[in-house]
Design a protein around this ligand. Structure first.
Ligand SMILES: *[C@@H]1O[C@H](CO)[C@@H](O)[C@H](O)[C@H]1NC(C)=O
Ligand SMILES: *[C@@H]1O[C@H](CO)[C@@H](O)[C@H](O)[C@H]1NC(C)=O
Ligand SMILES: *[C@@H]1O[C@H](CO)[C@@H](O)[C@H](O)[C@H]1NC(C)=O
Ligand SMILES: *[C@@H]1O[C@H](CO)[C@@H](O)[C@H](O)[C@H]1NC(C)=O
Ligand SMILES: *[C@@H]1O[C@H](CO)[C@@H](O)[C@H](O)[C@H]1NC(C)=O
Ligand SMILES: *[C@@H]1O[C@H](CO)[C@@H](O)[C@H](O)[C@H]1NC(C)=O
Ligand SMILES: *[C@@H]1O[C@H](CO)[C@@H](O)[C@H](O)[C@H]1NC(C)=O
Ligand SMILES: CC(=O)N[C@H]1CO[C@H](CO)[C@@H](O)[C@@H]1O
Ligand SMILES: [Ca+2]
Ligand SMILES: [Ca+2]
Length: 569
């Protein structure tokens, strides 16, 4: 081999060795935190949160031990569905700031070691998106970007009986095109046509655009809704109790949900992320998927490239009347459905659901303990680290959520997601320190004087102290990083026990589901040390942090939860 060829081969090898995904698996024990940008922090005092606001609070994530944040949509939008109706996938809405603000946010976050993940909303666009406007007049390739169809009865009625998630017909007529278009959500959110390869190319292009801005991955919205059956057949009735003809639950969504092609589409997006990280020699990019569907169909996304198919079982399958055994069952089911080598995840709340502390009155911190002690990834919705509550009394006049507005004045409260979207409570100053505006986009919860981050930081016991102590434990305890998992129910079904063990190290969580009676828990025979130390206790528990207990006879106060670790020598 000549010297020149030799050098050539070496440099090829070198560049190959360099160009590869770095830091693979950084997300495996991550705590991810969902920021709802409208409600996090307002930097310019117009009453709505923004990107500069988030940048100004990055230290909060560092202090808390959070690995990465995912931001609900910040793209250009008429805000019919607060950013889930996007008019330009490659621009920032002025409500939230500028592209420069986003670049500054990602750059600053990178310096602090915080990952930034964006929301990808591929199912639909805003009706104000350029693609839709061109599609309306049948222009060139845009003609088939959306799902258009001539209606029945001489085009007088919709092409079929499909119902929108936000209730009422999922079809709207447009006079200039003289056809109906399909929308799974609001009528100003027309669905894209994913049978069209040009649409798929556009979305890959959108993903690459944001990767070039320095983001670390995507959370993909409303995945099961991506494809519809090409023949557009009527859907059968569900006979769900109480469902009226306009309700989404009135039909069995067999032609508009869970289409098998969805899985390959998700896999194609994962490939875009991997190829990008590979080519640019960057940290692995993460993909999270939002799919409210059966356990099998949700966990199937693991096999198609989702690192984190969101596990909503603590939101959808249990409530404040559930027993210890119900919790054990949903934990065990998820673990058994997680393919070998994949990582479980636990989501306690989000912008669509009632807050954890409201769903589990007096037991919100126990839910935080569960998600932090269980193996894998924990996902926190902003505000839950301080135990924020739903603001239930928002008036019809102040209501903003389109899902509630669609439901009408009589039903809006049962449909509204506003109560769990009120601004973050930073301190006890005006507007909870969220904004200096005279009016915020949603009212502040009136409990902010008492319930806020600043107070919880200095209190002896607080939701926030519990939250951060648990994250510190995750960083410290090998049992939480690598330990196996055992779940048990004892004391006549009253106590849930979660044990994590790695070599000689153990972490144990005990939750007393009995509101009135303390339990004596006996953990003999579980392979634990004779003595354990309380690391975290629920607020007001008479058994405090630092208490050493005998494994044979642990006093677990009524309605309390305790986290223990083995004594360090
Ligand atoms: C139909 O689309 C046109 C734009 O081409 C718009 O001006 C009009 O308002 C739409 N009509 C309906 C009924 O949606
Ligand atoms: C979707 O796009 C495909 C491919 O371009 C086209 O054949 C089809 O008619 C479109 N579907 C609808 C319902 O518009
Ligand atoms: C699961 O997905 C399959 C294929 O995509 C679909 O046929 C089935 O109806 C789905 N099942 C449930 C319970 O959602
Ligand atoms: C909790 O359960 C009680 C008793 O069944 C019920 O009255 C209450 O409405 C429930 N609270 C929540 C927030 O679900
Ligand atoms: C709030 O209202 C007061 C009194 O009307 C006014 O002086 C002040 O400029 C307003 N502040 C903001 C931030 O709009
Ligand atoms: C916190 O605990 C210390 C020591 O037990 C006590 O002196 C102090 O009063 C407590 N502070 C508050 C705000 O409860
Ligand atoms: C705990 O359980 C073990 C094994 O079942 C038993 O030998 C022991 O007596 C129990 N201890 C107490 C305090 O009940
Ligand atoms: C669960 C859910 O529906 N999440 C989002 C899905 O998309 C709709 C429409 O874009 C949003 O309103 C939801 O918040
Ligand atoms: Ca603002
Ligand atoms: Ca769709």
């Amino acid at each position: 081999m000549s010297r020149a060829t030799c050098l050539f081969v070496i440099s090829l090898l070198a560049s190959n060795a360099l160009a590869e995904v770095r830091n693979k698996g950084w997300w495996k024990n991550a705590v991810f935190y969902q920021v709802y940008p409208r409600s996090f922090m307002d930097s310019n005092n117009d009453g709505v949160g923004d990107l500069k606001g988030i940048s100004s609070k990055l230290q909060h994530f560092v202090d808390s031990g959070i690995t990465g944040i995912w931001l609900s949509p910040i793209y250009a939008s008429p805000m019919i569905d607060f950013g889930y109706d996007i008019s330009d996938f490659k621009d920032i809405d002025p409500t939230f700031g500028t592209m420069q603000d986003l670049e500054e946010l990602t750059a600053q976050a990178k310096k602090l070691g915080i990952k930034v993940i964006l929301d990808l909303v591929p199912n639909h666009t805003s009706d104000k998106h350029e693609w839709f406007r061109k599609s309306l007049i049948g222009e060139g390739k845009y003609k088939d970007y959306y799902v258009w169809k001539t209606g029945k009865n001489n085009n007088q009625s919709p092409p079929n009986n499909w119902i929108s998630v936000f209730s009422g017909p999922a079809w709207s007529f447009n006079t200039s095109r003289n056809q109906w278009y399909f929308h799974q959500f609001e009528y100003r959110q027309p669905d894209l046509n994913y049978s069209n390869s040009e649409v798929r190319d556009e979305m890959e292009d959108v993903i690459r655009f944001w990767l070039r801005k320095g983001i670390d991955g995507f959370r993909v919205d409303a995945v099961p809704h991506l494809f519809e059956d090409a023949n557009l057949p009527d859907e059968p009735r569900s006979y769900a109790p109480g469902a009226t003809e306009r309700d989404y639950t009135y039909l069995e969504h067999i032609y508009t949900k869970d289409d098998p092609r969805t899985y390959d589409l998700v896999a194609s997006w994962r490939k875009v992320l991997d190829d990008y990280a590979d080519y640019h020699n960057e940290d692995e990019k993460v993909m999270m998927t939002e799919a409210y569907t059966s356990l099998e169909n949700t966990t199937r996304y693991y096999k198609f490239g989702s690192h984190v198919p969101f596990n909503f079982k603590f939101i959808t399958d249990v409530n404040n009347n559930s027993k210890a055994a119900d919790f054990k069952r949903i934990i065990d089911d998820w673990i058994s459905q997680t393919p070998n080598g994949e990582i479980p995840n636990w989501v306690m709340g989000n912008h669509d659901r009632s807050r954890t502390a409201s769903r589990y009155p007096g037991r919100g911190d126990q839910m935080t303990m569960l998600e932090m002690i269980l193996p894998g990834i924990a996902v926190t919705y902003n505000g839950e680290e301080i135990g924020m509550l739903d603001k239930r009394d928002i008036s019809w006049e102040d209501t903003q959520d389109p899902q509630a507005c669609n439901a009408g004045k009589d039903k809006y409260q049962s449909q509204s997601r506003d109560p769990n979207r009120t601004p973050f409570q930073w301190d006890s100053t005006k507007n909870a320190g969220f904004s200096k505006a005279n009016r915020t986009w949603l009212p502040i919860h009136e409990n902010y004087i008492e319930l806020n981050l600043a107070k919880q930081k200095i209190a002896n016991e607080s939701h926030y102290k519990i939250y951060t102590s648990l994250i510190k434990m995750r960083q410290r305890e090998t049992a939480l990083q690598q330990g196996n998992l055992k779940t048990l129910v004892q004391n006549n079904g009253q106590v849930l026990i979660v044990i994590r063990q790695h070599n000689e190290q153990s972490v144990v969580l005990l939750i007393n589901f009995n509101d009135k009676i303390a339990q004596i828990v006996n953990l003999t025979g579980q392979g634990l040390a004779n003595e354990l130390v309380v690391e975290v206790a629920t607020i007001g528990s008479p058994v405090k942090k630092g208490t050493t207990v005998n494994t044979r006879e642990i006093n677990l106060p009524a309605k309390a939860a305790l986290v223990f670790a083995s004594k360090k020598s």
